[in-house]
Design a protein around this ligand. Structure first.
Ligand code: ADP
Ligand code: ADP
Ligand code: ZN
Length: 210
């Protein structure tokens, strides 16, 4: 199953990807996590991406398309994958179409803007393994510590309210058109992202089977 998760920043793509990757036994490819890793280890790509991320802007298409193309052709993607955070623009979707990989389903996790602000302000992330938590709705077992790898949880710089407003604007402008793009292919499924985390996952799995 080759799957795309669509949705606004903070809609719950990463959270659902964690569950689905476990249940479907296929890897998650998160461009956000890949870029944050590059930033942390100071690679050239990371340095290029820094200013964009911090301003709430998208990293240029050609940069992201390159890293995704390379990643999707690795062996562990042969039996399927979950794309979290890619594509985010029409040119990225068109580039994906040209990569010679067929997408089976696109799941749009729908959450209104007012809920997004609350979600993102309470988000805490593990920069080592990419797991995501929330101070109210998805607490780690031990305060400030990642359940999966034991690293310290942090708040992302771009999760500050001012940057989130800009990311939402960019989402509506550049990413939301992908809903129509995939609707036209008959691959789009929509789930209500305002339910609890497990319910959304079960509904998604049911839709994928159906
Ligand atoms: P969120 O999960 O909140 O939507 P991500 O972790 O996916 O955020 O992305 C964080 C930032 O990384 C984005 O604001 C953008 O700057 C960059 N980024 C991630 N994926 C892409 C992409 N496909 N195209 C361009 N920029 C991206
Ligand atoms: P995205 O990857 O789409 O940016 P995340 O999966 O990181 O979004 O979720 C954003 C924040 O909201 C995280 O702190 C996460 O723990 C929390 N969250 C995710 N899904 C839900 C949900 N269904 N209900 C409440 N909180 C959620
Ligand atoms: Zn971790």
């Amino acid at each position: 199953m080759n799957l795309i998760l669509l949705g606004a920043p903070g809609a719950g793509k990463g959270t659902q990807a964690e569950i689905l990757c476990d249940r479907l036994q296929i890897p998650t490819i998160s461009t956000g996590n890949m870029i944050r890793e590059a930033l942390k280890s100071g690679t050239e790509m990371g340095q290029k991406a820094k200013a964009y991320i911090e301003a709430g802007q998208l990293v240029p298409d050609e940069v992201v398309i390159g890293i995704v193309d390379e990643r999707l052709h690795q062996d562990d993607c042969k039996n399927g994958f979950i794309l979290d955070g890619f594509p985010r623009t029409i040119p990225q979707a068109e580039a994906l179409d040209r990569m010679g990989i067929t997408i089976d389903r696109v799941v749009d996790i729908h959450v209104p803007d007012e809920v997004i602000t609350r979600r993102v302000s309470g988000r805490r992330v593990c920069l080592d393994c990419g797991n995501t938590y929330h101070v109210e709705t998805k607490k780690p077992l031990q305060d400030g510590v990642c359940d999966r790898c034991g690293s310290t949880l942090v708040q992302r710089k771009d999760d500050q309210p001012e940057t989130v407003q800009e990311r939402l604007r960019v989402y509506h402008d550049q990413t939301e058109p992908l809903r129509d793009y995939y609707e036209a292919t008959g691959k789009l499924l929509v789930v209500d992202g305002q339910q609890d985390i497990q319910t959304i996952a079960e509904q998604t799995l049911a839709l994928l089977k159906g």
